[in-house]
Structure formats: C-alpha cells, structure tokens
Design a protein around this ligand. Structure first.
Ligand code: IVH
Length: 672
C-alpha cells in the first residue's frame, strides 16, 4: 500500500512539473531534479509492477509498434476554415455576422493559425482515450501511440476545480518549433536519413510513424484551440472553453486575445503579421472565431466550414535568389514540368531550393533564364513559385530557356495536345511515368500497399523489377531481399501488403489506374454504373460514358484514350490473372432515400457514423455535417446537444438509432 501511494504521489508530482513546464512555461525545478524524480518512479514501477498506472509519465512510450493505422471516427466532424485574403474580406465577414446576428458589436476570439497538423484528443472521464489525425474530416487515423509521446499532452486531465466532462473531443495543432526543426534536420543528415522540407512536413512525418519510439525522439509541440463533441459540462463561450482547457492542463497559445469589431480584427491581423518571423514556431495567418456559442449556432455552417470563423491569411513571404539550373520533371501522366533549382534561400523559417516554373508559356511570359536573379514566394504548404526576374541583375550572355522536346528520362519525343500548355512524354514505358503510376496505384486512396512508397518504387523500377503496374503482383520475397535496404521482415511485410491489396473495390482499383481526370468521386460513379464490372467499363463507348450522371465529355474522352492503349488493357488483365479480385458492391434498387438529407449527432452505440452514412447512401440519400432548413432527418445519439436543439426548432424529424434502423428496415442484431 505504502508503495502504491508513493507511486501515485510521484506520478502527480511529475505530471505537475510537466504542467508547469509545458503549459505555464514556468518550471520550478531543474532538468536534473526532474530526471531524478522520473528515475525514482521507474525503479518503483519496476519493483512493484502491480501498481503501474496508465497515466504514469513512464507509459508515454510504452506501446510497441503498430502494424497499421486504425480509423477513428470523429463524433463531430473536423472542419476547415474559409479564408480572408485581405482586410476587405475580414470586413465582409464582420458585416455578414453583424447582419445575421442583428448586432452592432461582436466579440471575437483572435488566435494564431498554427502551421502544423490538426489532431483531436478524446478524453473519457478525464483519461486520454485516443488521439487521431483529421483525415477526411469525419474519420481520421488512430495515432494515440504517437500523441502519447508528446509530454505536454496530459494522459489525465488535471482535476482541480473545473468540472471534467464525461466525454470530450479536444482539437489542437501539433507542430515543431523552428529551432527544433533545424536541429532535427541536422540529426537526420548525420544519420544518413532524408531531411524534411519544412517543420510542417517534419511534424506530419513524425505523427505517421508506426513505432512510437521514433516519434518520442521528435521534438513535437501542441496547442489546443477547439472542442468537438462534449458530453456533460457545456460552455457558454469560447473563452470559457479555452480557460477550462488551460486548467485541465492542456497547452493553449498565449497569443490568443479577445477583440471586437472590424478594427479589432484588422489590428490583431497586423500585429501578428509583424511579429510572425520572431515567433519560435511557424504560423500562416490568424483565426477569428465568434466568442459566444449561441451566436455561433445562429450563424451555422457551410458544408465544410463554420460561418462563425475565418482564417486571416498573411501575405506570402518573398525572397530573392539565383536560378542555378532548370530541370525537367516527368509526372505519372507524362507531363513535363520545369523546376528551377535555386541557390538555397531561407523564407519564413524554411530553406527553399526548388520552385515550379509550370510550363513553357510561363517561362516565356516571365522570360526566366538560368543564371537569373529572381523574386520567389512561398505561401503555406504550396510549392514556391517565381514571381519575377530582376532584369537588372541578369548576367551578360544568358539565353532563353526552351524545354527540350525529348523526354529527359526516356529520350522519347514529346508532344503537346491542342488545348494544353504542357508538353507530355507519350512513351508508356518511360521509367519516370512508371514510377509515378506505381506510386499512385499503391497510395492510400487506391490499393493502399503499405511499404511501397516513393523510395521503394524508385528502387524497384530502377532495378527493372517493375515495368508496369501489374509487375507489382509478380514480386517475391527473394527478389526484395536481394535489394539494398530490405531485410527479411520488410520483404515479408511488403509481400504480405501486396497480397492483402489484391482484394479491392472497383472504385479504388479504377482510381489507382490513374486515368487523367478520374478521381475518387468519378471512380465511384463508374462503380455504380458498371456494377463493379471491369469488362463492361473497359468496353464502354464514349456515348455511354458521357451519359453517366456526373461524367462529362472530357472524362469520357480520357477513359476512351486510356483503354485504346493496348498496354493498359493488357496490364489490367494481367492484374486479374495475378489474383486481383474486384469485390462487387451491392447496389440496392429501391432508392427510397433519394433527395433526403441526414445529419448525425451525439455518440452512436450500435453502429458508427461511417456505417450509417453507407446505409443512407445505399438507398440514395445523403448526409451533411450541419443542420439547416434543408435537413430532413437528424439521427441523434447519446449526448446530442446544440444540433438536437436546432433540429427541434426547425421542426426536423428526429430519429434515435433504433428508430433509424427500423426506418431503413435493418435488424440491429444482424450484420449491417
Ligand atoms: S479551428 C471549425 N483554430 O487550420 C474550426 N484551426 O483550415 C476548425 N488551425 O484543420 C479549426 N490553427 O488544423 C482552428 N487556432 C486555430 C488553428 C486552426 C491552425 C488549422 C487546423 C484546421 C485548419 C483549418
């Protein structure tokens, strides 16, 4: 008992020091003293493992590597923000709010827009249940094992006066401070690993590790700024939520301020932009949110963003540098893109050494030449671009640049189609195109072959093991093991991943083929129309394709062009011969939910939102994230809050889970 108490006390003491260090930014002991406390706890836990607690700071790197990321459904969707590009657009935002709310003055909470990765942390009765990425907004990837390694994230909320909700989703941004980013890249270079292009990529790469031991070595930080679903304690405004987050021990930015009116918005925007480069981390703008939750509710949502908030964009950062060379990159569709190789230059915390030049027209328009001094711009995550040439600094004797009309990778002739500015390599066997196609085919939204990323794909194409997509299914362990960088385990894992990928839906397979203009959405339309039958799809005519609702002549032509290439038909047939099995999707004839719109709220117990959505889509209905006059049904789970109130007000039909299942004639005890 004595030892258990000692362990519990030490956990509290260490967690409290962590809180003082990370949240209050006011440590009261030295690092050495902290380490001693930590060691003392480790020894006690080793001697008395029966008293180990899940919220102990020693448990942060506890979990072993995971095999694959599981999906976590967000109980409230993680939305994006619409942008205000300038002061006028901020003005419009404020005026709209004033008008809709019929108010003369409005209070906003002004925050920095952190340039990291949006995550959500779910606490159940105060304990960290799981953490996830944003994903598509409705479902994210389970990265609990990695988030737990971030020392500023409490494993248990501090229970000190402010009531803790039974269930809460907390949104925040994970990022890496500029100085830590530079240190990390130095270390990567030293260890012969690839360096990261910017702090945001470094943070993303760190959170996408299967092994939390690697994540634990990365200097990740977090600031929290919103809540999703809250069960129990409800807040009246955003400031009260932020205050509670701080009390519970979550890091919240100290740059957050309350401002009023358009002048308030403008001033915060200007002040923050001024100090942006002096901040220890990267921000790419501001976020303005209505403080009062009742007002937020009145304003409501667009399909993917709230009307009560806006992101104030900063001007893109610019710098001058020299174009040392122009290289031609070949994409998976054969497109030749000229890329300026720059003398490395530091722009908003990042070293930039490449800029896209788009195409020949762009090069001509700006008269860009090798050796030129140019003004470049980098905005957020966008590839840097050349704004203009500083002609005064042009060296004597320079000459104009013309993209060669042979492919730099395979030396085949290139050509330009009528309405395009882009030159393309038409050789389907061009190694650079093959690399791009295979990378796309194995990507997450297509066959999702874990372990077949850019690096491995390049290696396999360069060694001539992959000449076409279907060659993936001919790979074997022995071949992989003979290659540098492959061990027994990684070879085994890749073969397993390839094997698993063979069972695939029509839409993912077709998306993976990389037909121009055929994205995820169009692939799904084809899946439905051709009833998951590849042969019918391959043999369809232009007229038939064009007749499909949502498919236009451009897409139809691309599909016809794709199948008119014998190699493509042969490649797909070879995939099937090698064991690829297209899973047939059942389409229900009775589309009795056509034109009906559903919204989910609260926690569902018998099925998750993804399944619910699938059922609704199956019968022709659709789902959205927010209640409006156009909503037909609200499916309300446990803990339903503001959406339920709004639905009642608008006289929208409300169904609980069981009522919904009955409505669609499904037995909750059977497989959905
Ligand atoms: S609020 C409904 N606040 O920006 C409001 N987002 O474009 C959703 N972000 O996915 C988010 N700083 O990852 C909010 N202070 C802040 C933010 C912030 C950065 C990111 C976040 C979100 C994206 C939206």
């Amino acid at each position: 008992m004595k030892h258990e108490k000692k362990i519990l006390d030490l956990i509290d003491i260490i967690n409290d020091h962590n809180y003082k260090y990370y949240v209050l930014d006011d440590p009261i002991i030295s690092d050495g003293e902290f380490d001693n406390l930590f060691k003392e706890l480790e020894i006690l836990e080793k001697n008395f493992p029966q008293y180990k607690k899940s919220h102990s700071p020693t448990q942060r790197i506890g979990s072993s590597p995971i095999k694959k990321f599981n999906t976590i459904e967000h109980k409230e969707p993680m939305l994006s923000l619409s942008n205000a590009m300038n002061s006028n657009e901020l003005f419009d935002f404020h005026n709209r709010n004033k008008k809709t709310l019929n108010q003369k003055s409005i209070t906003y909470v002004a925050e920095p827009k952190l340039d990291g990765l949006g995550v959500t942390l779910t606490y159940s009765n105060g304990s960290l249940l799981h953490g996830a990425t944003r994903g598509d907004g409705n479902n994210g990837e389970d990265i609990t094992h990695n988030l737990k390694t971030i020392k500023s994230i409490p494993l248990k909320l501090r229970d000190v006066g402010k009531e803790i909700p039974t269930y809460i989703e907390i949104r925040g941004e994970v990022f890496i401070e500029k100085k830590n980013f530079l240190k990390l890249n130095k270390l990567q270079t030293k260890n012969g690993e690839q360096v990261f292009a910017n702090p945001r990529n470094a943070a993303a790469g760190s959170l996408r590790q299967l092994d939390p031991k690697i994540t634990a070595t990365r200097p990740l930080s977090i600031f929290c700024y919103e809540a999703g679903l809250i069960e129990g304690e409800l807040f009246k405004d955003h400031n009260s939520l932020l205050k509670a987050l701080r009390i519970w021990g979550l890091p919240v930015s100290s740059l957050i301020k309350t401002v009023t009116g358009h002048t308030g918005l403008k001033k915060y925007q200007k002040d923050l932009e001024k100090i942006r480069n002096d901040l220890p981390y990267e921000i790419d703008g501001t976020v303005f949110k209505i403080n009062n939750y009742k007002q937020r509710e009145i304003l409501g949502y667009r399909s993917r963003s709230p009307k009560w908030a806006i992101a104030g964009k900063f001007k893109a950062q610019q710098a001058t540098t020299i174009i040392q060379n122009i290289e031609i990159q070949v994409g998976r569709t054969g497109a030749l893109t000229p890329v300026a190789k720059l003398k490395p230059v530091f722009v908003s915390g990042v070293t930039v050494s490449n800029a896209t030049l788009h195409n020949q027209d762009e090069i001509n328009r700006k008269d860009i030449r090798i050796g030129d001094t140019v003004l470049i711009e980098r905005a957020g995550d966008v590839i840097p671009k050349v704004i203009k040439v500083i002609l005064k600094k042009r060296p004597h004797g320079s000459s104009t640049f013309t993209i060669p009309n042979i492919c730099p990778a395979c030396k085949h002739a290139t050509s330009k189609s009528k309405n395009e500015a882009i030159l393309r390599c038409k050789n389907l066997s061009c190694p650079e195109q093959i690399k791009g196609r295979i990378e796309h085919f194995s990507s997450k939204l297509a066959l999702d072959i874990d372990g077949l990323g850019k690096k491995i794909t390049n290696l396999l194409v360069d060694h001539n093991y992959l000449k076409s997509i279907s060659d993936i299914f001919l790979l074997d362990e022995a071949t992989l093991k003979s290659l540098e960088g492959f061990g027994n385990k990684s070879a085994e894992n890749l073969i397993l991943a390839i094997e698993t990928s063979k069972k695939i839906s029509f839409s993912k397979f077709v998306y993976g083929l990389g037909i121009k203009n055929v994205g995820e959405h169009i692939s799904k339309l084809f899946e439905k129309y051709f009833l998951s039958d590849l042969n019918n799809f391959m043999n369809s005519s232009f007229e038939e394709l064009e007749s499909i609702e949502g498919v236009g002549p451009i897409v139809a032509k691309e599909v016809i062009d794709f199948w008119s290439q014998k190699e493509n038909q042969a490649m797909v047939k070879e995939c099937i011969r090698q064991g690829v099995k297209i899973e047939k999707k059942e389409f229900v004839k009775d589309q009795f939910l056509t034109n009906k719109t559903f919204v989910f709220t609260g926690t569902l117990k018998t099925f998750n939102r993804r399944d619910g959505k699938e059922i609704i889509n199956r019968y022709g209905g659709s789902t959205t994230n927010s209640i409006s006059k156009k909503t037909d049904f609200l499916i309300a789970g446990v803990g339903a809050g503001s959406k339920l109130e709004k639905a009642k007000k608008l006289d929208i039909k409300i169904l609980n889970e069981q009522e919904f299942l009955k409505f669609v004639n499904l037995d909750p005890n059977k497989n959905l």
